[in-house]
Design a protein around this ligand. Structure first.
Ligand SMILES: [Zn+2]
Ligand SMILES: [Zn+2]
Length: 258
């Protein structure tokens, strides 16, 4: 691993830890849940691996976009990038959330895809770091499903960077061990409660709350679940016992048929 890449990984991890570890102490959902909970090192390994997998996904998405432009002869870049940056940001958000919603719904629906995605669901506790527990093939497929259309449409750099930063943080926040009320905004923005219910190990909540950033598509397509009488889940994870270590989880989809 080269020094700049190692530096980027360490600084990125430290930055997220500096934000979310104190946040989880101040707004703890489960106060007794330790920072170094079981599986912590496994998820640090996912974080490091995810940095490389993310770079691979970016390259693959850019190549696929260039190929699509060449095949179709369509290039909407100039017209799309000419719009105001705030409007492009909203468009990026809606397009990527719509695709992410359906990608996520499909990988829950089909057992051969669920084999890979259940790695993300196998953590019996949620915290900020559980966000990165994604099987590399699930991450590559999910990233490409979202990025190829976004790159193809030709949004300019500023809204794409803003989207990556702001919503990257939302991913960590929504897995964090926090109890933070979004008030009326919970009907618009995906909150920690919204995503915690997605991870709840209770058949009533299976296949709910698929979208990563907004709740609009779950409301529209009937998968929204945010009960007023129960604030947060108490059980997370899978019905089956899952392996605990990184490498065992990498081969897990190839071992199990459930
Ligand atoms: Zn899921
Ligand atoms: Zn999740």
């Amino acid at each position: 691993m080269s020094a700049p890449v190692a530096f980027e990984i360490v600084v990125g991890f430290a930055m997220f830890a500096l934000v979310f570890v104190p946040l989880e102490r101040w707004f703890a959902l489960y106060l007794r849940q330790p920072v170094f909970r079981p599986g912590w090192l496994t998820d640090v390994t996912y974080y490091i691996a995810g940095c490389f997998v993310g770079k691979f996904s970016d390259g693959l998405s850019l190549s696929a976009m260039l190929l699509m432009r060449q095949i179709t002869g369509v290039d909407t870049g100039a017209a799309v990038a000419a719009q105001p940056a705030w409007l492009q940001f909203i468009e990026v958000l809606l397009v990527s959330d719509f695709i992410a919603y359906w990608y996520h719904r499909l990988i829950h629906r089909f057992s051969w895809l669920w084999r890979f995605h259940k790695v993300h669901h196998c953590s019996p506790r949620l915290d900020w770091l559980a966000n990165v527990r994604l099987h590399p093939l699930d991450k590559i497929a999910g990233d490409c499903a979202q990025f190829v259309p976004i790159f193809f449409l030709g949004f300019s750099a500023a809204p794409l960077v803003a989207y990556t930063i702001v919503l990257g943080f939302q991913g960590f926040l929504n897995h964090a061990n926090v109890k933070i009320s979004f008030g009326p905004l919970r009907w618009v923005v995906a909150s920690p409660a919204f995503h915690h219910w997605h991870h709840c190990n209770d058949s009533e909540t299976y296949n709910k709350n698929f979208a990563p950033h907004l709740v609009i598509f779950d409301l529209l397509f009937g998968t929204f679940f945010l009960p007023a009488d129960r604030s947060m889940p108490v059980r997370y994870g899978l019905r089956e016992a899952a392996p605990a270590t990184f490498w065992r989880q990498i081969i897990y989809p190839f071992e199990h048929s459930q």
